[in-house]
Write a protein that binds this ligand. Structure first.
Ligand code: C2G
Length: 457
């Protein structure tokens, strides 16, 4: 407590903010420690509109219920509603706040508030004991790599999931990752790992996806599997059959499939807005130095296994059931290590032709065009992070623009879909099992060399 110049003790006011959805011990411990820092605790609860605006997904409880969660702790002296970006500064000034408190998952993000008051980041609670019955899914990661790191960061924008554990056969790698990302557990003990989670995210190199997915499903865990889910049709079918048998969710992590603008785009194309769909043309290139996992034949590297899931996605979604009658042609170019560095795929499904181009050592325009008899849809690069597209017609005055911008990497939509499918005991929407099985079948055909023509390197 500070002493004012007039001798009277000034009360120390502390403020913190959060969604406080499905209140768990992480929230409660934060409020307890915040309270201990002063004499008067103000808690800001985010409004639904603000959560939507800041990209917080899958919030299950209403604002009233979430306020009630905070009230019930008996820790807040005042509860306010956070309704817009920039409100924090105004609240700090209005309530004469001394200390702003937030969990360490926000480290650095609120340093700008130190111009107005003291900013304290409290260590977030690792390990949530809440069970699925209460709606919180505890998630474990297999394969602590680059994609897993981004996944953890994005998962904090999805309510109802807590990333708890990370597994790697090399203990030190898992531990290091767990420490860096503030996870409760990191190690190489498989049994300990699966027992501490309800769901698993498989983010290993491609050739291990199926093995880990099956092992996790056998243990009764839901699985989110990095793309490509499998490298053969039968392997993909085994994954989904086992999930069905155990009543679990199995989903392929193709982030584009779950982005709001992409879902809209597919709906619009299928509803006949551009007439009959005649072709789909999608390109995804990524320049990567010719070393590392992506070029390793033993890890099933190559441009096609790395990127085909993206370019095949709109073709699969637009062709529907007809996709199984597809005639396939590939044109490919190999790099020094023997894996493909560029591949064109042609998918002919009746009157619909799909063109996909993927590359790791050469760039191309990364757009998506869906051509129809009455117009076309154009998605500029990077189309796989779909946030904006145009419906273009013969008469430019009939053109229309659809935009649905998002925050961050766009992973959060796929995470939110996976978590809400688990919570609601339903299939994920945006990507059917059949789409994933079909893509695995195409990758299998490519790897077997069926219909593949090689271009000189
Ligand atoms: N928290 C924690 N441990 C957890 C989970 C959450 O300490 N395992 C903390 C968060 O860091 C945050 C508070 O609990 O300080 C509320 O978390 P959420 O309800 O998830 O809200 P959040 O999205 O973090 O709101 O204006 C909103 C705030 O900026 C952040």
């Amino acid at each position: 407590m500070e002493t004012k110049r007039d001798g009277k003790k000034k009360q120390t006011t502390v403020i913190t903010y959060g969604t406080f959805d499905l209140m768990h011990e992480g929230h409660i411990r934060l409020l307890e420690r915040a309270k201990q820092l002063g004499d008067f605790l103000i808690v800001g609860v985010t409004s639904d509109t603000y959560d939507r605006q800041r990209g917080k997904l899958n919030v299950r409880q209403s604002l009233t219920e979430r306020i009630e969660n905070v009230r019930r702790t008996g820790l807040a002296d005042l509860i306010i509603v956070e309704e817009y970006e920039g409100q924090k500064v105004e609240d700090i000034l209005r309530y004469n706040v001394d200390i702003f408190v937030i969990g360490s998952d926000w480290k650095g993000k609120f340093d700008y508030l130190s111009n107005y008051c003291q900013v304290v980041y409290l260590e977030r609670t690792k390990g949530i004991s809440s069970t699925q019955k209460r709606g919180i899914v505890r998630l474990g990661i297999i394969g602590p790599g680059r994609v897993a790191r981004r996944f953890v960061q994005e998962s904090r924008f999805v309510s109802g999931v807590s990333v708890e554990a990370v597994f790697h056969p090399v203990e030190a790698k898992a531990r290091e990752f767990a420490q860096e990302l503030e996870l409760a557990w990191g190690g190489s003990e498989w049994q300990q790992f699966v027992e501490s989670v309800d769901a698993v995210y498989v983010a290993t190199p491609h050739h291990l996806h199926v093995e880990y997915a099956l092992r996790s499903l056998e243990e009764g865990k839901h699985v989110l599997i990095e793309k490509p889910l499998a490298l053969s049709r039968s392997d993909a079918e085994r994954v989904f059959a086992l999930a069905r048998q155990h009543g679990l969710v199995a989903m392929e992590a193709i982030k584009t499939a779950f982005m709001p603008a992409f879902r809209k785009l597919i709906g619009i194309a299928l509803s006949g807005t551009i007439g009959d769909i005649v072709y789909v043309d999608a390109t995804f290139t990524k320049l990567i130095p010719e070393k590392g996992r992506e070029f390793d034949p033993n890890l099933m590297g190559g441009a096609f296994t790395e990127l085909a899931s993206y370019v095949l996605l709109p073709i699969a979604r637009l062709a529907g059931k007809r996709k199984w009658d597809a005639e396939l042609r590939f044109l490919t170019k190999r790099g020094q290590s023997g894996v493909d560095v560029w591949t064109n795929v042609e998918v002919i499904v009746g009157s619909l032709v799909g063109f996909g181009k993927v590359g790791l050592r050469a760039k191309g325009e990364g757009h998506l065009v869906i051509g129809g008899t009455e117009g076309y849809i154009y998605v500029p690069a990077p189309w796989w992070k779909t946030s904006y597209f145009e419906i273009r017609r013969e008469k430019p005055s009939d053109n229309r623009v659809v935009s649905d911008a998002f925050e961050g990497e766009g992973f959060r939509y796929e995470i939110a879909e996976f978590i809400s499918a688990i919570q609601q005991g339903r299939k994920p929407v945006g990507l059917a099992d059949d789409d994933s099985v079909w893509m695995s079948w195409i990758i299998e055909r490519f790897l077997r060399g069926e219909g593949v023509k090689e271009v000189k390197s």
